[in-house]
Design a binder for this molecule. Structure first.
Ligand code: NI
Length: 190
């Protein structure tokens, strides 16, 4: 019973975290990063298209691959249903290992339209702070490597680059698509 109560409190704490992020008007901001081709990009690079933004890392064993496959489907459906071309962007939380050369085949596995962004640890920390993204290195049991524990929130940005909405991974594709389409319609996106 104690274990159950503890588990429940963890779940509730997570729900509270997601809910508080929703009310933050300060989510998002300027960034300068490097894309999968080694080109310097900023928030201005993606203006004119709504963006689906997700933070993770290429050696993530299970969560990132599942979420990116889901995001690819969400992007296709939102693009079709909202009549806008939605851009999926993956930002690494593991900049020491995720070079442009490593990001390129990884993101393109999920879709030719995906961008994969990396940068210096400081640049990654900056965009992480702007989106209130959590990430933490966790050494593997043998101590020779590490995993990265990270947030799994998907952000929707409008064509003006501003934050519109975010989605926890418990939401289905249908739920995300309908909310994103409504948000984009409300935002008066092209
Ligand atoms: Ni991951």
């Amino acid at each position: 019973m104690k274990a159950l109560v503890f588990l429940l409190s963890l779940v509730l704490a997570n729900v509270a975290n997601v809910a508080s992020a929703a009310t933050r008007a300060d989510t998002g901001g300027a960034f300068s990063l490097v894309d999968q081709d080694g080109a310097r990009v900023t928030e201005k690079t993606f203006l004119g298209r709504p963006v689906l933004l997700y933070f993770g890392y290429t050696t993530c064993p299970d969560v990132c691959p599942l979420d990116l496959a889901k995001i690819a489907r969400v992007a296709k459906r939102v693009s079709a249903e909202a009549g806008v071309d939605v851009k999926p962007i993956f930002v690494t939380v593991d900049p020491e290992r995720d070079t442009p050369a490593k990001l390129k085949p990884y993101v393109h596995f999920f879709g030719a339209d995906f961008s994969g962004l990396t940068g210096t640890p400081e640049e990654i920390a900056k965009i992480g702070d702007e989106y209130h993204v959590y990430s933490r290195k966790v050494p593997t049991a043998d101590g020779t490597s590490y995993m990265v524990d990270h947030s799994t929130v998907l952000f929707l940005l409008g064509a003006d680059g501003g934050y519109l909405d975010h989605y926890g991974r418990s939401l289905s594709i249908d739920e995300i698509v309908s909310r994103a389409v409504a948000k984009l319609a409300g935002a008066g996106s092209p």
